[in-house]
Design a protein around this ligand. Structure first.
Ligand code: HEM
Length: 395
């Protein structure tokens, strides 16, 4: 196990050589990591990943997968059983009720708020010393935005952010379980408060969302609220950090976007492809025996789709390790594919567009404060994001 490329300490900083080696040997293969050390099938090829994400024989129902297994995990049920961990037909019903409220127009309406938030955060960047872009922009921006969108009051946001961070970090299982309960209890209280004093935030709209006679149950509402809160900011924070780092390491591209900010939005797909925030694992398991990319997988086996690896597959992307803002990267899997494809993609893209525009315009001299090799990455293979990104902004 210790000599597997994915358990090598260099993997977190740069997983791509290991992904390339694994993909070259077999794009779907058994690896010793994942699912509590029991081993999993890892998908690193683009076509195979796309197929796996859309295959109805692969389930996302984590609760069902772990039901008959020894597990001392005590995640709150609303966190363990979110829409993202639900299969059809239940999934389609939940998703329909959300997408009605989660429209591109709602995101458009949020743009001025996002821009104001970015400006307020960047106003604090003064002085000659290094600024940690992760702590001072990438993390707070999506938290503030998703809280505003959902209707989480300002006074509660720091606490909500801490719980969400604990849920995602690869910390002690007890801490993760406790954070899931804190978040679910918080959401239950917030929904109760909104029922007695309705507002017009997303959560209020979800409370009254209807599809014919159908509406969300109390438990579904809590679960959806927590999912949007958590999914809405961890991934976006990692994307902002990864995208800025990619540009700092490619100064010509950075200057190009600085001079032509209208090109930022069309470049986001390539930035997402190049360093995907959902790196190694989006989990599924086989409900029956399947053959994927020529590899037979028995029923009941965990399958990890390595989105970051698929997005660098040379069979799909010529010169995959190059950042090429002119390439047409629209088919990348950074937001997933199939029925679970990211609901929040328009919001994430709007945040990244606005944040990069302001950052590059206001700080044209932005550069890394330490050599890229010394940067620290978050200690998890599930998502790929920087622990910190120290930059210098004054010339
Ligand atoms: C699903 C990535 C931002 C909410 C997904 C999936 C991916 C993803 C890969 C599918 C996972 C799978 O199939 O297993 C990202 C990335 C983001 C981002 C890279 C930022 C750059 C957001 C935002 C929100 C959000 C801002 C909410 C406001 C969701 C939800 C799902 C989801 C609710 C589940 C959809 C379903 O089960 O039908 N995301 N996401 N995401 N994302 Fe995002």
């Amino acid at each position: 196990m210790s000599d597997h490329p994915m358990t090598d300490p260099t993997f977190l900083g740069d997983p791509y050589p290991a992904y390339a080696a694994l993909r070259a040997s077999c794009p779907v293969q058994r690896v010793p990591t994942g699912s509590g050390g029991r081993g999993s099938y890892l998908v690193t090829g683009f076509e195979e990943a796309r197929e796996a994400l859309a295959d109805p024989r692969l389930s996302k129902d984590t609760a069902a997968f772990f039901a008959d297994k020894e597990s001392r995990r005590r995640l709150h049920p609303a966190v363990a059983r979110t829409m993202l961990a639900t299969d059809p037909p239940e999934h389609a019903r939940l998703r329909r009720l959300v997408t009605g409220s989660f429209t591109t127009r709602a995101v458009e309406e949020l743009r001025p708020f996002i821009a104001g938030t970015v400006d307020a955060l960047l106003d604090r960047w003064s002085g000659a010393g290094p600024v940690d872009l992760v702590a001072e922009l990438a993390v707070p921006l999506p938290v503030i935005v998703i809280c505003e969108l959902l209707g989480v009051p300002e006074r509660d946001r720091a606490e909500v952010r801490r719980w969400s961070g604990e849920l995602f970090a690869s910390g002690a299982p007890d801490t993760i379980d406790a954070a899931s309960h804190s978040l679910a209890e918080y959401m239950t209280g917030l929904i109760a408060a909104k029922r007695s004093r309705p507002g017009n935030a997303l959560l209020d709209r979800l409370i009254s969302a209807r599809d014919g006679a159908d509406r969300l149950s109390e438990e579904e509402l809590v679960s959806l609220g927590v999912l949007l809160l958590v999914a809405g900011h961890e991934t976006t924070a990692n994307f902002l950090g990864n995208a800025v780092l990619a540009l700092l390491r490619h100064p010509a591209e950075l200057q190009r976007l600085r001079r032509h900010p209208a090109e930022i939005a069309p470049s986001l797909d390539e930035l997402l492809r190049y360093d995907s925030p959902v790196a190694t694992a989006t989990f599924r398991f086989t409900t029956e025996a399947v053959t994927l990319g020529g590899t037979p997988i028995p029923a009941g086996e965990p399958v990890l789709v390595a989105i970051g690896a698929a997005n660098r597959d040379p069979a799909r992307w010529p010169d995959p390790d190059a950042l090429d803002l002119d390439r047409s990267a629209a088919g990348h899997l950074g937001f997933g594919h199939g029925i679970h494809r990211c609901v929040g993609a328009p919001l994430a893209l709007a945040e990244a567009d606005i944040a990069l525009r302001s950052l590059l315009t206001r700080f044209p001299a932005i550069r890394l404060a330490v050599p890229a090799e010394q940067l620290t990455w978050r200690r998890t293979r599930l998502v790929r994001g920087l622990a910190e990104l120290p930059v210098l902004v004054t010339s």
